[in-house]
Design a protein. Structure first.
Length: 305
């Protein structure tokens, strides 16, 4: 049930901002560049402020333009939610649910979610964005996603936690590593091994840097990456070790490709994995169903460890 209430000028603005130029937006939309330019100029005149800085190589959003794009994204999301709710009022259990999730769940929780929805709720469509926890929280606050599953998304007056579990830290190693099969390890002993470190944008590395910065100084990690999938492939070679939680590598732990060795260290706090929605917004029936299924899958997987 397309509603077509999203303003054309905002649609053009969003597309130019995403692609970086009017010419690129013209090719993508199949609309004349002059028509797109007129719409954006008209929008700037209405706002009485420039929305783009115009450069020979493209367009760059001003601060006002960034605010307008955020408005456009919220408007589009609200249009989709309205369409979904109207379908539900007609007895049609269908719609698109937007989920922000982490890369580490791409070969465990997320494929199971897609399969279970396809089997039990085939009229519900998913849109999944792979984001850092900080980005996921921001998208949730900006109302551009319906749910988020990520580390350390704490509850507050604007967020409601559907499901959460603590995730203690440990050393993850592959077959042949000297820590393979160990019952536990002290952090100072674990630090004697070459490390695969997550990049600074990820919560595990940020926490370890704050509390245990000596892990990375003076010996630098053998590998630093923001790719969880690359990290897991490297760990399976059995030469390096990572300090993280079980959920980051849960599929590989369950298959026996990797091993998790708990760290015993006074004062080291576990992370948390949470499924969170915005408490300030009405959640569609489809989004509630996705949240329930996602919570069930996460709890099932954690129960197998």
């Amino acid at each position: 049930m397309p509603l077509h209430i999203f303003p054309r000028a905002l649609h053009y603005l969003e597309t130019v901002a995403r692609l970086g130029s009017i010419q690129a937006a013209s090719r993508s939309l199949g609309i004349a560049a002059s028509a797109i330019d007129r719409q954006i100029i008209g929008l700037e005149q209405d706002c009485q402020v420039p929305l783009f800085e115009r450069h020979p190589r493209g367009m760059r959003l001003t601060a006002a333009g960034e605010t307008a794009v955020l408005l456009a994204r919220r408007w589009r999301a609200d249009e989709d939610r309205l369409s979904d709710e109207l379908r539900e009022m007609q007895g049609k259990q269908q719609g698109t649910v937007r989920l922000a999730a982490m890369d580490s769940l791409s070969n465990s929780v997320l494929p199971m979610l897609v399969r279970r929805l396809a089997e039990d709720h085939p009229r519900i469509n998913l849109s999944i964005d792979i984001l850092t926890p900080q980005q996921a929280a921001q998208e949730l606050d900006q109302a551009t996603v319906d749910l988020a599953i990520a580390f350390n998304l704490t509850a507050d007056k604007s967020r409601h936690v559907l499901w959460s579990a603590p995730l203690p830290f440990g050393c993850v190693v592959g077959p042949g590593h000297k820590l393979w099969g160990a019952a536990s390890v002290a952090l100072k002993d674990a630090a004697q091994n070459p490390i695969v470190a997550q990049s600074h944008i990820l919560p595990v590395r940020a926490y370890l840097e704050r509390r245990y910065g000596w892990l990375f100084d003076p010996v630098k990690p053998a590998l630093v990456t923001n790719s969880q999938q690359l990290m897991k492939q490297v760990l399976q070679q059995g030469k390096l070790m990572a300090i993280t939680s079980q959920m980051d590598v849960i599929a590989e732990l369950l298959s026996g490709e990797l091993s998790f060795v708990p760290i015993h260290e006074a004062g080291i706090r576990p992370q948390s994995l949470s499924i969170v929605v915005d408490a300030r917004r009405h959640l569609s029936h489809s989004a509630r169903l996705v949240g329930e299924v996602l919570s069930e899958i996460s709890a099932e997987l954690m129960g197998q460890l």
